[in-house]
Design a protein around this ligand. Structure first.
Ligand SMILES: [Fe+2]
Length: 550
């Protein structure tokens, strides 16, 4: 069975995914192809075209088009999602496949469970909202997922955290900044604004209407904004100076102890509430394996707390846990209903466009760039890292989700703390934000006090004293990092690089962050990478086995 899953058309992070006979063949976010970050309101037209081309099939060969929104919730927009796409000239000449509606929460749950490799699991989905639902508890076994307890927009943990994000001067999509800031302070002692009950939880004092989901969402966020001001201190004004280089207005906030404490308090509230939900999910399902879906699943500090809580034996979060992943979730849900799903854990996020080494060589030659072809690109790149260069690194298929995992990465040697400052400057990131390591899984014990399998940089782990001393650029102020443990079978060329780094520096570990500048999507094509390279102070660019230096 061939299933094309699509998400977007409304909201953010439109994406498409193609699943054939239960095997994931392609997943890509629309933003990566159109270069508009988060692709707000877009139908995933380009993403769907890519997925079909990658699999070498036409739309009329697709058995089912799977949608991750439920049209009954709001008839005007989900219909637009596939009508907009199918009206595009690329699709219009094909007979449309059958459409199956999977729904938002179920798509989140399906992406998490069917990629986990688990035979059974407790299921928790947590996000802002989708189809009027924000949090779900359930259980999954084999090919079946039962979401048997759901909570609406009023109880949304995603909207609580979004209001906190806005309170601190950041926008939707910048929740990760709040999480990073939270590590700089201890939480304030405020009453928990969620009642934790034996059968669920409830946000205290939040409006339970109006019926229109969009108006309700605004009322809920407005409530939490007032709560933040009352309990955490007034919001500071945000200035928007225009960057003379880009002509873009950029938010400019001065963050002090009060903001750090506000972030810490909000993060603590999120974690305490999530732990309660995890406890319930485990009790209700009888499984100590947990999968988390939804945008809140990207909160790696909370995931670390859950993993170390003793409540679960194993935790799996799909790397595109936010709405982009619902395209894949919808496709997997339809496939699983036909008895087809991945049977082993998905530990790669690289399902996007890729460019063979030879094509990259031809491209770079054609552009007349000062490049060298390497016979041992891993060792040559390791040598550049050892001497302090910061590299753009483009290999194989692009990752889906916000984390670069060794295919569209900016890399640096983490032994010098100043390297974090430099990389944050290159990427135009706030200097207080942490940067994460990628390391060979075999070396995990030397660097991490505890960790699960950690293939995706989605779980914060405490580091060893030795790692604090030896690789300070990837250790956050609270003594944690969010590692990617690299296994050769998932990414041989990245594993080669780490091995060569280990030979040269004594430890197979690099600082690894997404290859993009502030406000832009992850680079996708080699031309995206070349543009970003020359528009930034990066020292070198590795494209396949071609190395360009400035
Ligand atoms: Fe969502």
């Amino acid at each position: 069975m061939i299933v094309l899953g699509i998400s977007g058309g409304y909201g953010h992070d439109a994406a498409a995914a193609l699943v054939r006979d239960g095997r994931i063949e392609a997943v890509v976010e629309e933003e990566r192809l159109t270069r508009r970050k988060h692709a707000y309101g877009a139908a995933p037209v380009h993403a769907a075209q890519y997925c079909l081309a990658r699999s070498g099939i036409r739309l009329d060969e697709v058995d089912v088009l799977a949608l991750s929104w439920e049209p009954a919730e709001r008839p005007d927009w989900p219909t637009r999602l596939h009508e907009t796409m199918l009206a595009h000239p690329f699709f219009a000449s094909s007979p449309a496949p059958d459409v199956e509606i999977v729904g938002h929460a179920r798509s989140h749950a399906a992406a998490a469970f069917y990629c986990s490799g688990f035979g059974d699991a407790a299921v928790l989905t947590v996000d802002g909202q989708g189809d009027g639902v924000s949090t779900c508890l359930g259980r999954a076994t084999g090919d079946k997922i039962d979401l048997d307890r759901e909570f609406g927009i009023a109880d949304s943990l995603g909207f609580f955290y979004l209001a906190l994000t806005n309170h601190l001067g950041f926008e939707l999509g910048e929740e990760g900044k709040v999480m990073g800031l939270a590590s700089y302070a201890e939480p304030a002692d405020v009453p928990l604004p969620f009642e934790l009950a034996a059968d669920g939880y409830r946000a205290v004092g939040v409006p339970r209407g109006p019926a229109d989901p969009y108006e309700h969402y605004r009322a809920v966020v407005a409530h939490w904004r007032r709560w933040c001001a009352d309990e955490l201190g007034r919001s500071l004004p945000v200035r928007y100076p225009v960057d003379p280089l880009t002509s873009r207005a950029r938010a400019d906030t001065v963050l002090g102890a009060q903001q750090q404490r506000a972030a810490a308090t909000g993060q603590d509230i999120l974690e305490r509430t999530l732990l309660h939900l995890v406890r319930l999910a485990v009790e209700r399902s009888g499984s100590r394996r947990l999968v988390i879906g939804g945008g809140v699943g990207l909160n790696c500090s909370a995931n670390g707390v859950i993993e170390r809580s003793g409540l679960v034996d194993e935790l799996y979060v799909f790397p595109a846990s936010g709405d982009a992943g619902t395209a894949l979730g919808a496709a997997l849900a339809v496939s699983a209903a036909a008895g087809e799903r991945p049977r082993t854990a998905v530990e790669t996020a690289s399902f996007g466009p890729e460019y063979p080494d030879e094509a990259l060589i031809d491209l770079v030659r054609g552009l007349g760039l000062p490049a060298a072809e390497s016979d041992d690109v891993a060792d040559d790149a390791a040598a550049l890292l050892e001497q302090g260069d910061v590299l753009g690194w483009v290999q194989g298929p692009m990752e889906v989700g916000p984390r670069a995992l060794g295919n569209r990465s900016i890399l640096a040697d983490p032994r010098d703390a100043a390297r974090r400052t430099r990389v944050n400057s290159i990427k135009q990131r706030e200097q207080w934000r942490p940067l994460a390591p990628s390391l060979l899984a075999d070396a995990a014990d030397e660097v991490l006090e505890t960790s699960g399998r950690a293939p995706f940089m989605l779980t914060a782990c405490p580091v060893t004293d030795a790692a604090r001393d030896r690789t300070p650029a990837v250790v956050h102020v609270d003594g944690t990092c969010r590692p990617q443990l690299v296994r050769r079978e998932n990414n041989p060329r990245f594993a080669d690089l780490l091995s060569k780094v280990g030979v040269r520096t004594g430890q197979p570990i690099v600082l690894n962050t997404s290859f993009n500048l502030a406000g832009e999507p992850l680079v996708c094509t080699p031309l995206d990478a070349i543009r970003t390279f020359y528009a930034s102070p990066l020292d070198a660019l590795v494209l396949g086995r071609t190395i360009i230096r400035k």
